[in-house]
Design a protein around this ligand. Structure first.
Ligand code: GDP
Ligand code: ZN
Length: 459
C-alpha cells in the first residue's frame, strides 16, 4: 500500500535526555535529507545505520541542532515503510522545532496510533498485535508489560490462527461429505465433527480461563480500603504507595475523571480507586445499610478491611465483616505494636475460611510483606504467572471468544439432533469469522478507527 509520509515525536514530552522524531513513508529519507548535513547524503547510506550530523533549516540556512539519524528502509521496519528517526536534545522546544521542520519539508503530522495502524495495514502485524501496543504503552507493571509484549510478538495471533485452521479443516470435511454423499460416511463424519469441535471448544475455554488474570494484569485490581476511623487506612494507603512505586503512564490526550493511584504488589497492579469516598468513609454500613454497601463494595476486585489490634471488635467492625462476607477480601489487623485487645477467637468465626487475616504494624513497618504475599497469592495462586502462557486480557477479544463458544455449542447441538451437516456448518463458519475478528481478518473500518484512536501520538 502507498501512503503519504508522516512524522511525530516518539518520546514522551518534557522528559529530559533525548527526544526522538520518527518519520515514516516513501519520502521519509528525502524529507530528512533536506534538513540533514553530515558526511554523506542519507539517500546514499545503507539501511539500518546511524549517522551523526547537524540539522539545517533550509529556509534560513541556519544550523541549529546536533543529531543522530537512524535510517531504516522498508520492509524491515515497524511500519514496513521507510523509517527515519532523528535523535536530538530532549527539550520541548528543540524537539518541536525538529518536528516542525519535517512538516515544512514534506511530512504530515501523524494521527495518534497512525504508525501502528500502518504496520497493521501493511500486513506487518495483525489487529490483536496492534491492540497490544496500546496495552504496552499503558502497562502498569513488568508482568503486564510481558503479557503485552507476547501479544505484540504474535503469541495470541498464532493460537487463534491455529484454531481457525482447525475449523477450516472441519469445514472442508463437511464439504467433502456433501459432495460425495454416496460414500455414506455420514455417521462417521458426525462423530468426528463432534469430537474435533469439542477439542476446539476446550482450547477456547482454556484461553478464556486466562482472561481473569489477563485483565487484572492489564487493568489492575480495583481496590478499596475500608475500616472504621483511626484504624490506619490512610497509613496503609501511603505505605502501599511508597513501597511499591507503580509504573504510571499518562496517556496524552485522554482525561481521567477518577483519581486513580496504581501500586504494584508483586506483579499485581492495584488500582486504588477513590470511588465516591468509600475509601475514607466512616461507617458506610450504618449510613446506607448492609445491602447497599455490599453492592458498592462488590464492584471492587479486592477489599482491604482494616481492624485495630489495640481495640475490641466494635459493632461497626462486625457490620463491615458482615458486608465483606463472600467478597474478595483480606482482613488486616493493624497496630500490633500496641497491646492486644482484639479477640481473634471472636473474629475468626465471623469470617469465611477463605478470607486471609494478616497482622501488621504499619507504624513499625511490620507485616507488610505478609500482606503483599496474601494479595499476590489471592490472585496468582502462588507462582502462576508462567512465562510462556498466552493471556487474553482485552475485553474485545474476551467477548469474541465467548461468542465463539456459543456458536460452537450451537453447531454441536445441531449435529447431535441430526440436522443436515451443511446446515450445521453455518455455525461453525460463524465461529471461524468471530475468531478472525480478533486478529482483524474481518474487522470493519469503524472498528479500526475506534481501536487506533486510543493510541497516543507518536506510536
Ligand atoms: P484512618 O482514619 O483509618 O485513615 O487511620 P490513619 O491512617 O489516619 O491512622 C490513625 C492514627 O493511627 C494515626 O495517628 C497513625 O499514625 C496511627 N497508626 C497507623 N498505623 C499504626 C500502627 O501500626 N501502630 C500505631 N501505634 N499507630 C498507627
Ligand atoms: Zn484516613
Amino acid at each position: 500500500m502507498e501512503f503519504d509520509t508522516i512524522a511525530a515525536i516518539a518520546t514522551p514530552m518534557g522528559e529530559g535526555g533525548i527526544g526522538i522524531i520518527r518519520v515514516s513513508g516513501s519520502d521519509a529519507v528525502e524529507v530528512v535529507d533536506k534538513l540533514y548535513k553530515g558526511r554523506k547524503k542519507l539517500s546514499t547510506v545503507d539501511s539500518h545505520t546511524i549517522h551523526y550530523g547537524h540539522l539545517v533549516d533550509p529556509s534560513t540556512g541556519e544550523t541549529f541542532e546536533e543529531v543522530m539519524v537512524t535510517i531504516m528502509r522498508a520492509p524491515r521496519t515497524f511500519t514496513r515503510e521507510d523509517v527515519v528517526e532523528i535523535n536530538c536534545h530532549g527539550g520541548i522546544v528543540s524537539v518541536n522545532r525538529v518536528l516542525q521542520l519535517t512538516l515544512e519539508n514534506g511530512a504530515r503530522i501523524a494521527e495518534p496510533g497512525e504508525f501502528t495502524k500502518r504496520a497493521f495495514l501493511n500486513g506487518r502485524i495483525d489487529l490483536s498485535q496492534a491492540e497490544a501496543v496500546i496495552d504496552l504503552i499503558r502497562a502498569k507493571t513488568d508482568r503486564a508489560m510481558k503479557v503485552a509484549l507476547q501479544q505484540v510478538e504474535g503469541k495470541l495471533s498464532q493460537l487463534i490462527k491455529r484454531l481457525r485452521q482447525n475449523i477450516l479443516e472441519l469445514l472442508a470435511h463437511i464439504e467433502v461429505n456433501i459432495d460425495y454423499p454416496e460414500h455414506d460416511v455420514e455417521s462417521v463424519t458426525r462423530n468426528m465433527l463432534l469430537e474435533k469441535s469439542l477439542g476446539i471448544k476446550q482450547e477456547i475455554i482454556r484461553l478464556l480461563e486466562t482472561s481473569e488474570q489477563g485483565k487484572i494484569l492489564r487493568d489492575g485490581l480495583s481496590t478499596v480500603i475500608v475500616g472504621r476511623p483511626n484504624v490506619g487506612k490512610s497509613s496503609l494507603l501511603n505505605s502501599l504507595i511508597h513501597e511499591n512505586k507503580a509504573i504510571v503512564t499518562d496517556i496524552p490526550g485522554t482525561t481521567r475523571d477518577v483519581i486513580e493511584e496504581y501500586v504494584n504488589v508483586r506483579g499485581v497492579p492495584l488500582r486504588l480507586v477513590d470511588t465516591a469516598g468509600i475509601r475514607e468513609t466512616e461507617d458506610i454500613v450504618e449510613r446506607i445499610g448492609v445491602e447497599r454497601s455490599r453492592k458498592m463494595l462488590k464492584e471492587a476486585d479486592l477489599i482491604l478491611l482494616v481492624l485495630n489490634y489495640n481495640e475490641k471488635l466494635s459493632e461497626e467492625d462486625e457490620r463491615l465483616i458482615d458486608v465483606i462476607k463472600g467478597l474478595q477480601a483480606i482482613v488486616i489487623v493493624n497496630k500490633t505494636d500496641l497491646p492486644q485487645q482484639l479477640d481473634f477467637s471472636r473474629l475468626q468465626p465471623l469470617l469465611t475460611d477463605s478470607t486471609p487475616i494478616v497482622k501488621t504494624s504499619i507504624k513499625e513497618e511490620e507485616g507488610m510483606d505478609e500482606l503483599e504475599k496474601a494479595i499476590s497469592a489471592m490472585f496468582f495462586q502462588g507462582n502462576i504467572m508462567k512465562e510462556d502462557q498466552t493471556y487474553v486480557s482485552n475485553a474485545r477479544h474476551i467477548a469474541l471468544l465467548k461468542e465463539s463458544i456459543k456458536n460452537i455449542d450451537e453447531f454441536r447441538q445441531s449435529i447431535e439432533v441430526g440436522m443436515p451437516v451443511d446446515v450445521s456448518a453455518f455455525d461453525l463458519k460463524r465461529t471461524w469469522e468471530l475468531l478472525g475478528e480478533i486478529v482483524g481478518d474481518t474487522a470493519g473500518d469503524s472498528l479500526l478507527d475506534q481501536i487506533f484512536s486510543q493510541f497516543c501520538l507518536g506510536k
